[in-house]
Design a protein. Structure first.
Length: 367
């Protein structure tokens, strides 16, 4: 899936913008010009949330009542198929609306299914230096897109966790109720763990190959950890640690504690790799996830790359761009100076690359 036309209204410093996009789209301009706001608009369109703020209020232009983002989507190899209209809006009163082909969506998962996105930005470092939640979300993005039952199972797990945690905070815990939620949580957790493990097993060799294409880094390993003792059932673990859980008021073991460990010869990779190496490892994880998505789903995700030159030398910038180009996916990429990416897109046809100049929230096509 790719975006043919993008329209943004009253989002941060972008008052009005309408873009006709190609396969690779470079957004160039000074800091604060609105480049990242364009990427943020696409991210909101495909997820219902921002990657720059925990709430959507700051995304609305300061003197506006709402922002809107609209796109016309086309599928790969479907020249004769009509484009798909997708749009979202967010008002200051807190209301959020999303529509696909004129029909209101029920939840943001529908946006994610229609417009799968991969983001490479400064937060990509968090895949190495951040906590387990970041890597768990990364893993679950992939599982969501390849396992049809994942979303329902994920919701079931978190429903059971909420109920069990509520019981743990009671002065007197109703044993019968607790056993029921232990059993239901264990059953859903086993299903979720199976999906995650299956996805990780498919992802890991693709990641290893992608990393080799980006840089030489012998000894780096990823390992999936499910969140409780692999030799025991979750139901047995929950029964054993009930007093510890009660003392803390929450469930300490389960799929909500899963992680993907990134290690370099047995040491936390974040402690031994340079910033540039960390960014490349994180980028390799995102690229590998995009490759697996394409192979399993028969369509491509859209890559959003914010400030690619930061932390990377020219050789690695070029290599990353070459890998993106070879994937045949759509790319929206921001940088301050287009000259920083000269020679990075060799092999692209002239009509596949488009350059936009961005300044004071206004965008103009250069070619």
């Amino acid at each position: 899936m790719s975006i043919r036309r993008l329209r943004i209204s009253q989002l941060r410093n972008v008052q009005q913008a309408e873009l006709e996009l190609r396969r690779v789209n470079l957004l160039c301009g000074p800091n604060g010009s609105g480049k990242t706001s364009v990427l943020e608009a696409v991210f909101v369109l495909g997820s219902g949330r921002s990657f720059r703020a925990s709430r959507l209020d700051p995304v609305i232009q300061h003197d506006a009542s709402q922002f809107t983002v609209f796109a016309s989507l086309v599928g790969e190899g479907s020249d004769g198929a009509p484009p798909v209209a997708i749009g979202v809006s967010r008002s200051r009163d807190g209301s959020f609306a999303g529509r696909i082909q004129g029909q209101a969506i029920r939840n943001s998962a529908e946006l994610a299914r229609r417009l799968p996105l991969q983001l490479i930005n400064s937060d990509t470092f968090d895949l190495l230096v951040g906590g387990p939640k970041v890597r768990r979300q990364f893993l679950d993005w992939g599982v969501f897109h390849v396992e049809h039952g994942f979303h329902r199972t994920w919701l079931d797990v978190h429903r059971c966790l909420r109920q069990r945690n509520a019981l743990l905070r009671h002065d007197r815990i109703p044993t019968a109720q607790l056993e029921i939620w232990n059993s239901q949580l264990a059953e859903s957790a086993a299903q979720l763990d199976e999906m995650r493990q299956r996805y990780f097993d498919a992802f890991y060799p693709i990641f290893q190959q992608t990393l080799r294409e980006l840089l030489s880094l012998d000894g780096l390993e990823l390992a999936y950890q499910r969140g409780w003792d692999r030799e025991r059932s979750l139901e047995a673990v929950l029964a054993e640690q009930i007093e510890k859980d009660r003392a803390r008021g929450f469930t300490q073991s389960g799929p909500h504690r899963a992680d993907v460990r990134v290690r370099m010869r047995g040491i936390n990779a974040a402690e031994v790799l340079s910033r540039g190496q960390q960014k490349l490892v994180g980028a390799a994880m995102k690229l590998a996830q995009g490759r697996l998505f394409s192979a399993s789903q028969g369509r491509d995700c859209v890559f959003l790359v914010d400030d690619l030159p930061a932390e990377l030398d020219r050789a690695h910038r070029r290599q990353l761009c070459q890998l993106l180009g070879a994937m045949r996916c759509q790319v929206l990429l921001s940088c301050v100076d287009a000259a920083e990416l000269s020679g990075c897109w060799d092999g692209l046809a002239a009509n596949e690359l488009k350059l936009f100049h961005v300044e004071h929230g206004a965008l103009s096509a250069v070619n």
